[in-house]
Design a protein around this ligand. Sequence first.
Ligand SMILES: [Ca+2]
Ligand SMILES: [Ca+2]
Ligand SMILES: [Ca+2]
Length: 595
Amino acid sequence: MTAIAFQNTVSTGDLRIDALLGAQQWATTGSGPLELSYSFPETDSLWSNAAGDYATGDGWGPANNFVPLSEAERAAVRQALDAWAAVANIHFTETADNAAGAGTLRFGWTDAPSTALAFTYAPGSGAKAGDVWLNALAAWDGLEPGLHGYTTLLQEIGIALGMKHPSEGTRVLPPYEEAFTATVISSSAYAGAIGSWVDFEPTTPMPYDILAVQSMYGPNLDDRQGDDTYVFIEGQRYFETLWDGGGNDTIVWQAASQGAFIDLAAGSFSELGAPLNYWSQDYNRAWTEGLTVALDFGTSIENATGGNGSDLLIGNGLDNRLTPGLGDDIVRGGDGQDTVVLAMFPNVYALEAYEGGEVFGGYANFSYLLDLFDVESAEFGKTFQTTIPLSTLVSGQAQVQLGRLTDLYLAFFGRAPDVSGLEYWQEKLLEEGRDFATISKEFAWSPEAQALFPPAASNRAFVQTVYANCFGRPADQGGWDFWTAKLDKMGASGLNERGAFVGELILGAYASTSGTEDQTLLTNRHDAALYYVNQLSSAPQEEFDAGINALLARVSGDPSTLTKAGEVIDYAFAHPVTLTGVMTDAVLLEQLWGI
Ligand SMILES: [Ca+2]
Ligand SMILES: [Ca+2]
Ligand SMILES: [Ca+2]
């Protein structure tokens, strides 16, 4: 009823757009959004009978048993309006519909002499322009997103904004392109199959729709300009297009077992959620397609996160952050400086570089496979993120360094690392490049070390304890005397020297000139400790349990003790019992540890 200005729509030369543009659109003024009112007529609403408007007997109009929309139906219309406003520079405002006035877009039920679900008067002159009539005599399946009724609302609002069916008029989409994957206004769900159906219909304007509505009114300049996260969940259904205006954005797939295919290239589709089942119009043919979520042609999404199934993540030309989660995953970074975010500490990864920018291997004893292409960096950690060149992980350097850090925990504190502590030192050592000797000194200065070894306490006892912590044996007399004398000379507060001593002792154990016995013991213990801390990191609800230290004390140079320690840890994580509970239950422990 509220007449507003309209204008001829300018065609673009791009058939994807022009096939969806009607003759006229609402007039735009400058850069501001199109302000468009809408309303829901009531029984006391007025209708224009001016020439060209609702004459008596008008097929789609108030004369044929008009009925107002119910509250639930109005809510569905508002949702469909929002779906258009989310992508285009349009502000919809709901107004009263009564004798005093009405909105430009009006939504009502009528008994139309037609099998069509709905009819909409396109932008133009006359009060009925913008009115959307729903046919109460037609068969509606409902107005929930995904149902054909909701798609119909999206279509009719598109028409009310100045769009047209892509197969009508002079500029049409070829049949192989007319499909819901291109436009929600399509008469065919499946490309090339006229009148075909799908079991879950688009819930948003699709890529060509977004091009067309933005060519008339411009993009939404208010929403989705910041850093947005788009979450998709296993078990739910999707058929939609993501449009985003800027910022650093992420697509997240949350799944325990179903894998996803996420492609961050603009205009491409991803497989998120259940596949779509299509049928020909006569239901004699069927197709199943996994592609459910499209990225708008102009949208840049920087990051993708997979679930714990086997995912395929494909980056774009930007610097992408790709997080595959657990599972047998494939990650392709494409151009730019791309980072794979890995789920566990570096020590569990065994990767090799191949030709063509591929890095392939497994982790967690090959429980999972990882295939990386064109990825430059790897990132670890939840509290403290450490980013290193992927080559450092492929060469094994990162794994070795993490073992050394764990050795410091064992030597100074006689315990396994906690997750955030290890992440902190990992960042210092692997990313910031602080050297091992410096970190060893910092361990000596830590409150935990000073509490265990007060500066005033005897250096002789300190040396003895560190030997026991590292190698499970007393210091040999020569080494003991040598280090004690050296530390004594530095005075009682030689914490730097104590730190340096531990660092040298550890590195010395790995020197090629050293015997293998100490080295094997130290390696087995830090491997068991790291196995524990990786489990802890994956199951944060389990808290650090000092029972791990009693378990580490059982790990020797015998590789079978490392395996058994892993089994005990697995048991504690898989059952309600704590690790301390296992370690103090002699019967259970004997059962798990065997003889
Ligand atoms: Ca954004
Ligand atoms: Ca995964
Ligand atoms: Ca990239």
